[in-house]
Design a protein around this ligand. Structure first.
Ligand code: AKB
Length: 324
């Protein structure tokens, strides 16, 4: 990766990934892009362009102008939001990916595509879900991600485009909030723990989903993209995970550090049905074997780091936090 274009750079993954890539590859080597410009560090601290991924011609011009060799394509609509607007999700997720793959075919670019645990469905083996298994998702988001995996494989085998991807589980981010996902509760819980010492979960007690702390997720993207292509046999896309968690387990880890933290439940039937159709835990051994996937953060380390970060942020903004 020498000159990297990131789509959806102001989102949950993009915010932290852009900072890391600018640090590793150089501030003038990373072009952050997003559909709408918002104030914020990512847009201000380096190269930034407004880009709607549905505009293939604008994407192509941008690739040429910045002599891009790699696209990290993050712009997409997530699972819960997608059920409110399935047609829009299909357009953004599929046409956006198609435009990225087409420009990559024409300009010989390398592509990262984030898939998701949403590619699995109720008939998939629920625990230690294998790398290669039944993929019959029940959400439009999951359907778009399976289709995306297939399209990326097609562009690789048919046209030789260097496409690579991972199936992200729920991502727990420090900097940017997630928007419209089913696993978002696992980020909200930390924010509310720090601001008010309590959280009401829309996901039911006992519901397990895989989770990953954002620094590990970012490290995974960099590592996968830097791996010698000869080592990659599964490409689109690798199961990756660090922990399988339920709301009450996260709450217990928070309670070790914030005495009196309380969790209550008001289950949202739509997001609960999505969570119930996803795996309880993933088998990520193929990613470990093929490109050395090796996450560092478990629940306790992540909880300590996350709470410390959020408290420091509140202090620097002159705000108080729960327990002080
Ligand atoms: C979502 O909940 O929709 C995403 C995902 C697991 O892909 N975080």
């Amino acid at each position: 990766m020498k000159r990297i274009l990131i789509t959806g750079a102001l989102g949950q993954i993009g915010t932290e990934l852009t900072q890391r890539l600018r640090k590793d590859y150089g501030i003038d080597k990373v072009i952050a892009s997003n559909r709408t410009e918002k104030a914020g560090a990512v847009a201000k601290e380096g190269l930034y362009e407004n880009l709607d991924v549905l505009d293939g011609a604008a994407l192509h011009r941008m690739v040429k102008r910045h002599r891009v060799d790699t696209v990290i394509h993050l712009a997409s609509i997530l699972s819960a939001k997608g059920e409110e607007m399935p047609q829009k999700l299909w357009e953004v997720n599929m046409q956006g990916l198609y435009n990225v793959l087409e420009v990559s075919r024409q300009e010989e670019l390398k592509v990262f595509f984030p898939s998701s645990i949403a590619v699995f469905g109720a008939q998939t083996p629920r625990t230690m879900t294998p790398q290669v298994t039944l993929q019959r998702p029940g959400t439009i988001y999951g359907v778009s991600k399976v289709s995306g995996e297939l399209l990326c494989d097609y562009y690789h085998t048919r046209f030789g485009v260097d496409t690579r991807g991972v199936r992200f589980p729920g991502l727990i981010s420090k900097e940017a909030m997630p928007g419209g996902g089913t696993t978002d509760y696992a980020v909200h819980i930390y924010h509310e723990a720090v601001s008010r010492g309590a959280y009401t979960s829309y996901i039911a007690r006992g519901t397990r989903m895989d989770m990953l702390y954002m620094p590990d997720a970012i490290q995974g993207v960099v590592q996968l993209m830097e791996t010698d292509p000869d080592r990659l046999h599964h490409r689109n896309a690798y199961n990756i995970t660090a922990m399988s968690l339920s709301p009450e387990e996260i709450a217990a880890a928070i309670r070790k550090r914030i005495e009196g933290f309380e969790i209550t439940y008001e289950v949202d039937p739509v997001r609960q049905a999505i969570a119930d159709s996803w795996p309880d835990s993933l088998d990520d051994s193929v990613a470990r074997e093929e490109w050395g996937w090796n996450p560092k953060f478990g629940l306790d380390e992540m909880t300590g780091d996350m709470l410390e970060f959020l408290k420091n942020k509140k202090m620097s903004e002159g705000e108080g936090f729960f327990g002080v």
